[in-house]
Design a protein around this ligand. Structure first.
Ligand code: AMP
Ligand code: ZN
Length: 669
């Protein structure tokens, strides 16, 4: 009994601690412990919860990783309707709005709160008895989808409130995908031959509807809150309500501002119209709200929107220009991307000459033609896009755009699989761009990371007939390279040395470098860990492949296709012959990783699983540093049996965490 309550106590304390750290990291952006220490605590909690299932808690920080699969989202009727906002595009419209407000209220002065209009998907969070009960999308405003399981994976949303400042309430906000995370996700998608997402807003709202919450947990979503809805609101103003929400741990942007008249409102708008581009997420306007809750009540709602608020929309970063030509790019996987070549135009501070047209459907939908005056917009993504055509300026003799039927590079007839947005050149092994694209991928930083070789050199080597595939790299000789354009002895030596060194690159990276479609960095790691060698992997059956954690049908089929092709088998046999790592080596079984990057360890005592030197090597293999004595710079002490008491005291004095060998093994997985 006593024992149980001790464990319960311990679990509670760990949960509180982890909640606080999540808050520090995800809401305040001011972590107070290292990721590693956090992971350790989380693992400790996980273990306690698994060993003591009676204390399972669906709101525990361990539940943030997702896991629930939702077949279909339950429809939930909103307790309080979720209205739209009236939009305005000019000062005049805002002045008109103020006039109406003042007239209804019968006052001369009104206080406002200005907020940015975050561009994402709206969400309604209901809290009861201090815990998150439900998260529902806006839907049609009357009813939405219950997406609670997905929302719980967003770490800036508190699952349990630490203070009781208000009874049951709802809080509304915007689920957003910050630009950094969005761009990173797209880089990864491009890496594995997937179509990049088109913009952060659609990706955020699409993420809420994913059926696998584990997938949602991997997306760097965030939630900014802007409205507290409560029967018994203890606050007098909207601003105070948001301050209260901030105290309850919700993420309330610091950009909110009280304005005592419209002049201040206009200054806010002008300021943010340019400054907003420096924010880590996208915004598309300003929302102006009457601050007093009593006045909000009095103003009430129209059929569609509150009378006490109005949105001002920033003008989109849009320009018009003339479409001179459509060119077609061939990717490493054979995917064709149409690119608009434009009359150069100044847009959001840069000169734009090219814009993406995505695919054939997009061209057809927009009915874009050569010679058209088109509208170009810059969203969060790097390449601007064409969003429309100014039909009034269309030349009389203009002809509908005919999408290409053959590869611009090798002339092979293009194919388009059912359900694929893109056309593909099927000439995988004969199409020059696909060949060089694959070799460029092979040498890239995250793959074989070959020093001295760049994308252009690969093209040159290919053009000169010196390489036809990545295996050929290993047969290159200095004497062949020196005579080439812009090459010197030194650069030739560097290239050969870089290629030689790549033979040490661990198997998981080699596997990624092979460029098997859908096998990205993370998937390659998983596969390497599970199958241990290329032979095991290529002999695996479909069933074996999908039995691996996180390997689905698409990846499995792609691997089977790859191994069914004799060309690939020959390439792999050659790579083996040259000495490229095609299996995990004994020491890399522990996994050479960067998990411990930047961390300094001191090892003390006798260990059960490791010889002392092996433990040190393992730390280094995982990116950490080993020091001989404890100092302020030490991050962790790994203690074995018989750790010296003086060392222990020193570590305790300096507040350095002492972990066991088992803890260490858990960290490096
Ligand atoms: P609209 O979709 O144009 O009717 O605009 C209303 C939507 O703006 C709301 O449903 C919210 O999702 C979103 N929004 C973004 N930021 C705010 C904010 N600060 N206050 C209110 N609504 C906001
Ligand atoms: Zn081709």
């Amino acid at each position: 009994m006593n024992m149980t309550s001790n464990i319960e106590q311990e679990i509670k304390q760990l949960k509180d601690e982890l909640n606080q750290h999540n808050y520090n990291y995800y809401v305040l952006d001011k972590p107070t412990i290292s990721d590693l220490e956090f992971d350790l605590k989380l693992k400790e909690l996980e273990k306690l919860e698994t060993d003591n299932p009676q204390f399972f808690d669906s709101n525990s920080p361990t539940q943030r990783v997702g896991g629930e699969i939702i077949k279909s989202f339950k429809t939930v009727v909103h307790k309080n309707r979720m209205y739209s906002l009236d939009n305005s595009y000019s000062k005049e419209e805002i002045i008109d709005w103020e006039t109406r407000v003042k007239k209804i209220l019968g006052v001369d002065e009104v206080e406002y709160v200005c907020e940015l209009k975050y561009d994402g998907a709206s969400i309604n969070l209901s809290y009861e008895a201090g815990v998150l009960l439900r998260a529902v999308t806006r839907g049609d405003g009357y009813q939405g989808d219950d997406v609670t399981a997905n929302i719980k994976t967003i770490k800036s949303i508190p699952l349990v409130l630490k203070e009781k400042l208000i009874d049951n309430f709802e809080i509304r906000g915007e689920i957003i995908l910050p630009l950094d995370g969005f761009n990173k996700m797209n880089e990864e998608r491009i890496d594995i031959g997937l179509e990049p997402f088109s913009n952060p807003r659609n990706t955020a709202s699409g993420s809420l509807k994913l059926q696998d919450s584990t997938e949602v947990a991997k997306r760097p979503l965030d939630c900014l809150l802007y409205h507290v809805v409560a029967n018994k609101n203890p606050n007098k103003t909207h601003f105070e309500a948001l301050e209260m929400a901030k105290k309850l741990s919700f993420k309330i942007p610091g950009t909110n501002k009280i304005c005592s008249n419209l002049d201040e409102v206009f200054t806010f708008i002008e300021n943010w119209d340019t400054k907003r581009h420096k924010l880590p997420y996208e915004t598309d306007g300003v929302v102006i709200k009457v601050n007093s809750l009593a006045q909000q009540d009095e103003l009430g709602y129209t059929a569609k929107s509150p009378r006490w608020a109005i949105a001002y929309k920033f003008k989109a970063e849009q320009e018009s220009s003339i479409l001179k030509e459509i060119t077609y790019q061939v990717g490493r996987t054979g995917a064709i991307t149409p690119v608009a070549n434009l009359e150069p135009v100044q847009l959001a501070g840069t000169i734009v000459k090219r814009a993406s047209l995505h695919n054939a459907d997009q061209i057809e939908k927009l009915d874009v033609r050569i010679g058209d005056t088109v509208f170009v917009e810059k969203g969060g993504e790097i390449i601007p896009k064409i969003v429309g055509v100014d039909f009034s300026k269309r030349p009389k003799d203009s002809q509908p755009t005919k999408y290409i039927t053959h590869c611009p590079d090798c002339g092979t007839e293009l194919v388009r699989a059912a359900g694929d947005a893109k056309h593909f050149c099927p000439n995988e092994y004969g199409c020059p761009t696909q060949i060089t694209g694959r070799i460029q991928h092979f040498i890239s930083r995250k793959a074989m990371d070959i020093d001295g070789l760049g994308a252009e050199t690969i093209q040159l080597l290919f053009k000169e007939g010196l390489i036809h595939n990545y295996a050929d790299l290993y047969e290159l000789r200095e004497a062949q390279i020196i005579p080439l354009e812009r090459m010197a002895e030194k650069s030739a030596q560097n290239i050969i040395a870089g290629i030689e060194k790549s033979k040490e690159v661990p198997f998981e990276k080699v596997l990624f470098a092979l460029g098997i479609r859908f096998v990205g960095e993370t998937v390659a790691k998983k596969l390497a860990k599970h199958f241990k060698s290329i032979d095991n992997l290529l002999q695996a059956s479909f069933e074996e492949l999908i039995s691996v954690d996180e390997i689905g049908d698409i990846i499995a089929r792609s691997i089977i296709n790859f191994s069914a092709n004799p060309i690939n088998i020959e390439l792999i046999n050659r790579l083996k012959l040259y000495g490229v790592q095609m299996e995990v080596t004994a020491e890399s079984q522990v996994g050479k990783t960067a998990i411990l990057q930047g961390k300094t360890f001191v090892v003390s005592g006798v260990f059960a699983h490791f010889e002392r030197n092996d433990l040190k090597k393992s730390i280094e293999d995982n990116g950490g540093k080993v020091a001989s004595s404890i100092s302020k710079k030490t991050d962790f002490v790994i203690a074995g049996e018989n750790m010296g008491p003086s060392k222990r005291n020193k570590a305790e004095d300096l507040n350095i965490p002492i972990i066991s060998e088992t803890d260490y093994l858990k960290i490096i997985g």
